[in-house]
Write a protein that binds this ligand. Structure first.
Ligand code: MG
Length: 340
């Protein structure tokens, strides 16, 4: 294949336009099959009469310890959340470690303890794994891959594709945006920034289960990780026969995050979260879902932030605080490397 690019750029891992091009022009082009083509948070597998959700994710965050979490907590939460947002009950995880020679044993132990604690809280078991050690300088301290399997109730199968979304449905998020990305940026010593920002890194399966158990019509869920809320929304609406309207005055951006975004020139709507789920819920159930989410520690600031519309089909826009409209587009190029 002749690519537009001679080499891989950091932007190919950003979750934005370049990542999409890489996935569609290389990976899904050659690995193509009907399951992969769905490009959901988890693959939905049908085995006999049961459905399974199956997902994988690699974690290369720099630094490996940051306020609110570490690479281990992130590796558990990221995979648990990809299963949970697909409507599945997360059950089993695999863990692969790639370790740089010279990593302090105590650092590895701290990461492992944090993974064990997070898995216990989420009610998942780590059932298989692998360890590789590479020469000094051949990777940066520690990379982790986790895969996960969850049980998917048949009635929740349509959630990952969002195929039942209708005009009038409400869009809900369980709190503030941009905390994870800015917490990691602030933790990078080279920036010399002291900011009081804590990552929102958390497993959301408990929060999501309480909404599903209430019988609410949840039409779609996705965790707003790399690329942030803006990427979830722009991917969701692309090529669809509906539009999305978001209200900026409903979005919560913590002061530290807002300040740091202004300083570094980032738009918080595109900054990574690691404990935020975007839900599309039937209009009549939306208020009830918000009430349920608010009872959960990871959902205290849950709110309806927008809706699915009949107009502006295929595009999403933000009604700004000053009364303007801004199109929410897919992020082009690089934003924040090695944030997860
Ligand atoms: Mg995801």
């Amino acid at each position: 294949m002749k690519s537009k690019y001679d080499t891989i750029l950091l932007g190919h891992g950003s979750g934005g336009k370049l990542s999409h091009d890489l996935i569609s022009d290389l990976f899904t082009k050659h690995f193509d099959n009907d399951i992969l083509r769905q490009q959901a948070d988890s693959a939905v597998l049908e085995t006999g009469t049961t459905h399974l959700a199956y997902t994988t994710d690699s974690f290369v965050v720099d630094p490996i310890f940051f306020p609110g979490g570490d690479i281990g907590k992130l590796a558990i939460a990221g995979t648990v959340n990809d299963l949970a947002v697909s409507g599945a009950l997360p059950l089993y995880l695999s863990v692969g470690f790639i370790i740089e020679e010279g990593l302090p044993f105590s650092d590895l132990e701290q990461v492992v303890l944090s993974m064990a604690e997070e898995a216990r809280k989420a009610g998942v078991k780590i059932v298989t794994g692998d360890t590789k050690v590479v020469d000094r300088g051949k990777c940066d301290k520690l990379f982790i891959n986790t895969s996960g399997i969850g049980a998917l109730d048949k009635q929740n199968v349509p959630i990952s594709s969002g195929k039942n979304i209708k005009a009038g449905d409400k869009i809900i998020i369980n709190g503030s945006i941009g905390d994870h990305g800015m917490a990691v940026m602030a933790a990078r010593n080279e920036l010399n920034i002291t900011a009081d920002i804590t990552s929102d890194c958390a497993c959301l399966n408990g929060l999501i289960k309480s909404a599903l158990d209430a019988g609410a019509q949840i039409r779609f869920m996705r965790d707003a990780t790399r690329g942030g809320l803006g990427t979830v929304i722009s991917e969701l609406v692309k090529g669809k026969n509906y539009g999305i309207r978001l209200a900026e005055d409903r979005l919560v951006v913590n002061d530290g995050v807002r300040g740091m975004c202004e300083l570094l020139g980032f738009d918080p709507i595109y900054v990574a979260n690691e404990g935020k789920v975007v839900m599309v819920v039937a209009k009549e159930d939306a208020d009830h879902v918000v009430e349920i989410l608010k009872e959960h520690p990871a959902g205290a600031q849950s709110a309806i932030i927008g809706e699915i519309t009949n107009d502006h089909q295929g595009s999403a826009w933000l009604e700004t605080l000053v009364g303007g409209k801004r199109i929410i587009e897919m992020l082009s190029g690089q934003q924040l490397p090695r944030i997860c």
